[in-house]
Design a protein around this ligand. Sequence first.
Ligand SMILES: Cc1cc2nc3c(=O)[nH]c(=O)nc-3n(C[C@H](O)[C@H](O)[C@H](O)COP(=O)(O)O)c2cc1C
Length: 183
Amino acid sequence: MSDNINKVVVIYKSKYGSAQRYAQWIADEVKADLFERSKITLNDILKYDTIVYGGSLYAAGILGISLIKKNFDKLKDKKVIVFSVGASPAHPEAINDIINNNFTEEMKGKVHFFHLRGGFNYKKLNPIDKILMYLLKKKIEHKKPDELTEDEKGMLACYKHPADWTNKKSINPIIESIKSRIK
Ligand SMILES: Cc1cc2nc3c(=O)[nH]c(=O)nc-3n(C[C@H](O)[C@H](O)[C@H](O)COP(=O)(O)O)c2cc1C
């Protein structure tokens, strides 16, 4: 690890691999330790100065965010960076919704938050996710074409053609945040 950054850990929870890929890219870039969420305890996390948590989005929730939420009292004096990974593009309304759905008021003031785009492959979903996404598709299709938002149109297109928006460059703001000493 280079001298100008503190001890960094990257923790992730992913179902189909996008959040894992981003976590791996980030950990490689700053030479941080990398753990899947179930493989690290709170006591181990407390040994680090900077905690980066990444989880993919399912029904507006960041997978495994309870690890940070439940223990925030013990983590709040450290630098905490959270990133979500989802099908939604990172526009301000989407980011606001993610923050409101997943963070306490205290976390909103202290956590450095980023949203990254993952991927979507309907054919590869497990049976339950497939049913959920099928129902979402039906709900979107029920709308009149001129009522569809750009995101909904984009989502419908993904059912036919798998999408992979993961892009190494999009981790750059997170890398900057890890390297900056300001908490
Ligand atoms: C059942 C289900 C619910 C989802 N809900 C959301 C969501 O609320 N917001 C979003 O942006 N993406 C949502 N997605 C898309 C996933 O977040 C996206 O595919 C992501 O890349 C998955 O990351 P992973 O490969 O790390 O599991 C959902 C996908 C499924 C299958």
